[in-house]
Design a protein around this ligand. Structure first.
Ligand code: SF4
Ligand code: SF4
Length: 141
């Protein structure tokens, strides 16, 4: 399976079309919308994770470009804001890779970036919004 995070920009004339649904139906791709700002009759923007076979992924990208969607690749990483973290430990309960862990004996929560899979479960679990998602954009050829 091939998976990539993309930033899609929709011109106003196609913003109402069920583009994401077409990616599923026509190209057997699955998607996970990470962020969306779409207003009827205005330009829209969506960050989504697109997953499927490499062949179908490429066909899906071609379809998007053909209908006038601007496509950029986005990589994202997770950071822990130590100014906000109060070491409650909630994130360590949801982190499946062990990237967030409790340091003993001081009982503080530490973050090992190298183990992070960027699943974002900790972002939802943190009551202090200390786990932050950073997006980096690049034009998709
Ligand atoms: S859930 Fe948030 S505040 Fe609590 S330890 Fe994790 S990062 Fe820190
Ligand atoms: S994004 Fe996922 S893997 Fe990374 S620290 Fe958060 S819960 Fe752990």
């Amino acid at each position: 399976m091939y998976s990539k995070i993309l930033l899609l920009r929709f011109p106003p004339n196609i913003v109402d079309k069920a583009i994401a649904v077409n990616l599923v139906k026509r190209f057997d791709l699955s998607f996970n919308i990470l962020k969306a700002t779409i207003y009827p009759r205005k330009e829209g923007m969506m960050v989504l994770e697109l997953t499927g076979t490499k062949k179908n992924y490429n066909l899906g990208i071609k379809y998007l470009k053909n209908i006038g969607v601007k496509v950029e690749s986005v990589s994202h990483d997770i950071r822990k804001n130590d100014d906000k973290c109060f070491h409650c430990g909630a994130c360590t309960a949801v982190c499946l890779t062990g990237a967030l862990y409790i340091e003993r004996p001081q009982m503080t929560v530490a973050f090992n970036e190298n183990k992070c899979s960027a699943c974002e479960l900790c972002v939802l679990a943190c009551p202090a919004n200390a786990m932050e998602v950073n997006f980096e954009r690049g034009i998709l050829e």
